[in-house]
Design a protein around this ligand. Structure first.
Ligand code: PLP
Length: 447
């Protein structure tokens, strides 16, 4: 590569690169100059706590020595198209099945999250012979056409008018629900009853799959009420519908268990994954299918494919990544650190602008409100996406960045999902910075 200075990188970036989800004139990307563990440093020399693991994928942290070492062995396994059996692809598929729910049998490899979801849609249609796909509001499944149609929030608007047969139902979000349920179970019954009505109205015999982020991530870490996930499983079984759990963000230890589905008493028919399988050190995603789906394709053509399905470099990095989860006990560590983070998050409820905190393991969100009583969000949501007319979320995120707390925000919440290697002390340091930003924010907002 050419050696060019920071000024030139920024000039070329401005001139030649299109950045996602942004008005190009409104953004001024900085450069990450150095990164180590949970930290990175930008081109001004400022140090940041990476509290969204970039975009919730760098579970092993930046610059992990074992993965950097693995890159030196790239080329040991020759490039091979998907028609060949390769050591890394076979080993990674086996390793994934070993940690997946018991009914899971085989893996189809894709390039990332969105195309994994596209393939799960296709597989569901092939196996069931049905075409309708249910998915939820307040979900994000990716930016390709299929995954975009699954997504139940504003980032899908670019693929509208969408594909026929994609139907949305509600994600339980008790904080913003007008009904005051007497228990979580009662809330689950309510939402499940509505879902069953929708299934019956649409005609179960036409519905191939119900698609869900096990725990919706970028829409605010919405943890399902007790009994809800098992209830969806029961409805799927009752009507012969496949249950597909998108574990792209929540998988690989994020919630303190290997997959978020492991928190519930159920086995999905398919699971999609990406991010944490290589922690972003190389792009990779995939679909894990149950033994009955795997068996179906023994005698039926799997009518789909990708040039880079099971790319040897990505699967080699995937194998090394899964070894790190195991050898460094990262999933157990995430569960332990989750308790530390939970305590700090619950303490945030004393702030006037904090409406709700939600967390499971190291997967968390803080929802901000203008008024605790009315729960009025800080900025517009849904079709009013991006209408941060008063600039309040932008202001808060700016204050976080000023403190050196880097994270992702969407609508009126910010995510807290650091690399799983974070220590107890680092959680306290980062959350002290978060509180400082909140104090400054409230001084301006409420004084
Ligand atoms: N599914 C979920 C739950 C995600 O959070 C994302 C991305 O954030 C995707 C799918 C899409 O993944 P990718 O950006 O790798 O296509």
């Amino acid at each position: 590569m050419e050696q060019i200075d920071d000024q030139q990188i920024k000039a070329d970036d401005r001139r030649y690169v299109l950045h996602s989800w942004s008005k190009q004139k409104a953004i001024h990307p900085s450069i990450i100059k150095k990164a180590e563990g949970i930290f990175f440093w930008d081109d001004s020399g400022k140090k940041f706590y990476d509290m969204s693991a970039q975009l919730v994928y760098l579970n092993v942290g930046h610059n992990h020595p074992k993965l950097m070492e693995e890159f030196k062995h790239i080329g040991d396994i020759p490039f091979a198209s998907p028609g060949f059996a390769t050591a890394s692809t076979a080993e990674l598929a086996r390793k994934i099945i070993e940690v997946a729910p018991k009914n899971m049998a085989k893996v189809f490899f894709a390039n990332g999250g969105a195309d994994s979801n596209d393939h799960a849609i296709k597989i569901a249609r092939m196996v069931t012979g049905r075409y309708k796909i249910f998915s939820r509001y307040r979900s994000y499944h990716g930016a390709t056409f299929g995954a975009g149609n699954l997504s139940g929030e504003n980032r899908r608007f670019a693929v509208e008018p969408g594909l026929p047969g994609f139907i949305k139902f509600e994600t339980p979000h008790l904080y913003h629900e007008k009904i005051d349920f007497e228990s979580e179970e009662a809330a689950s019954d309510f939402y499940l009853d509505r879902l069953e009505h929708q299934i019956l109205y649409e005609g179960p015999e036409s519905i191939a799959a119900i698609f869900m982020e096990t725990i919706p991530g970028s829409n605010g870490v919405l943890i399902p009420p007790k009994g809800y996930m098992e209830g969806v499983r029961a409805l799927c079984t009752k009507y012969g519908i496949l249950m597909i759990c998108d574990e792209v963000m929540s998988g690989f230890g994020r919630t303190g268990k290997m997959f978020a589905v492991d928190h519930f008493n159920l086995e999905p028919d398919m699971m999609t994954f990406a991010k944490g399988v290589t922690c972003g050190y190389n792009p990779l995603g995939g679909v894990i299918v149950s033994s009955s789906i795997a068996d179906y394709f023994d005698d039926h053509v799997l009518l789909t494919g990708l040039t880079y399905s099971g790319h040897t470099v990505s699967t080699q990095i995937g194998c090394a990544t899964l070894d790190i989860y195991k050898n460094e006990h990262l999933v157990e560590h995430a569960a332990e650190m989750g308790h530390v983070l939970a305590e700090r998050l619950e303490q945030l409820m004393r702030f006037a602008s904090v409406g709700e905190v939600r967390h499971l393991g190291l997967f968390a969100a803080v929802e901000l409100v203008k008024d605790k009583q009315t729960k009025e969000p800080l900025m517009g949501y849904g079709k009013d996406y991006g209408k941060d007319t008063e600039g309040l979320m932008k202001k808060f995120v700016g204050l976080l960045m000023e403190q050196g707390f880097y994270t992702y925000s969407h609508d009126s919440h910010v995510m807290i999902a650091p690399p799983l290697i974070i220590s107890e002390q680092q959680i306290h340091e980062a959350m002290d910075l978060f509180e400082l930003a909140l104090i400054k924010f409230e001084k301006e907002l409420f004084s």
